[in-house]
Design a protein around this ligand. Sequence first.
Ligand code: ADP
Length: 426
Amino acid sequence: MNGKKIYIIIFSISIIGLAVVQYQYLRIGLNLAKVQFNQKMGLAVNDIKEELENSNELTFLVGKAITEDDTFFKLSIDSVQDASSYFMNDFLKGKLLQQGIKKEFTYTLYAKDSTDYLKSPRSYNNEEALLRYPIPLEGYLPSLIKKRLVLELQFKNLNKYFLFQLNGLTIPSLLFIIAIIFVIIWVLKSFYWQKKLITITNEFINNLTHELKTPVFSIGIASKILQEKTKAENRELVDMIRRQVDKLKNQIDKVLELASLEGKKNFIEKKVMDFKPVIVNLINDFEQLAALEKFSFTSEIKGSPYIINCDPYHLENAINSLLDNAKKYSIEKIKIILLVFKEDNNLIISIKDNGIGISDDDKKKVFDKYFRVGNGDVHNVKGYGLGLNYVQRIVKLHKGKISVKSTLGKGSEFIMNLPLHKNEKQ
Ligand code: ADP
């Protein structure tokens, strides 16, 4: 799984987690709001019950309405009933408000024998979703009609009401979650945009150095041939061309090595490919150089293809570094051998020289950054002590291993061990 997928999965899980936590908080909030509402209702119900027990203006009017007694008022019984319905409504509204309940409600005053006596001025059509609070009445009104009377308060859409009360919590937390999502998406986008930019830059550097290497190599070879054949008067000029071409070649090699120095992993771009043609090319070039510089170079490449998951530019450059070192750290009768073969699902690349060799102590350090063997005789050769460190990093990034065998004064052998791609059969 690549990094991008992991980040997106973690991000999605976190956002879902946050939403679930918010949902749970909301549920707890709703439950608390319900408990609080019931407490308030309990107080309001007690109050209502107490006040309706005795004879007062309201119970007197309601009494007339439910007994259909129009003798006291000079009004029709319908008007008396209407008026008492409104009075009762205002009375209940006032009692609820006293407890801080601002929710709309309806009510019914009915007897246990299911006769409705009084209804609120407005009523709900859909009776299912109603939350009911029946209040059994005592005292004045039941004794008037000699029946057990119940005043029932009904509320609709209580959840909506509670949610509205919790809006102060839900809306900001929703806004914050949306803000977090936006910011994270923006950060991820710019992160991947930058990563893409780095990849493009690396690809550009790799391509450019590769493209530069070929003409520089040809100019180098041509100038070497010229050096041998040119007249004495032009020799200085040709020498200058050679020196500058060598410098240029070193600089180009360094560009690739320096790209790896920044400590980033993604400076290489791997692909599954046959590496054999790259090695064959590299051997051809080195053979030309050996012929010109008159040193011995032999190679043996066994088996094919060499399917590996690699960055061909950097891997080729790493092998070149080892070949360069073999040449650099040899004094006379230079003899370099390159062996390439497959063994136990690995591609083995060995570069052997008969040069100055490395002591046992130094062998442990040659792959360290900036390390150079501190021997006066040796360091007439220029270098920064970066080459082998670069080679080791490249080999590790290809999930391979590098080792060195060396005897001081006799020569060295650097061995690269690269895993073949799993689809390749021996
Ligand atoms: P540089 O060549 O720039 O000094 P390297 O990292 O390539 O840096 O090598 C580190 C040191 O290891 C060299 O300075 C040299 O002393 C030693 N070394 C590398 N390759 C060889 C070799 N083939 N034979 C002997 N010594 C070597």
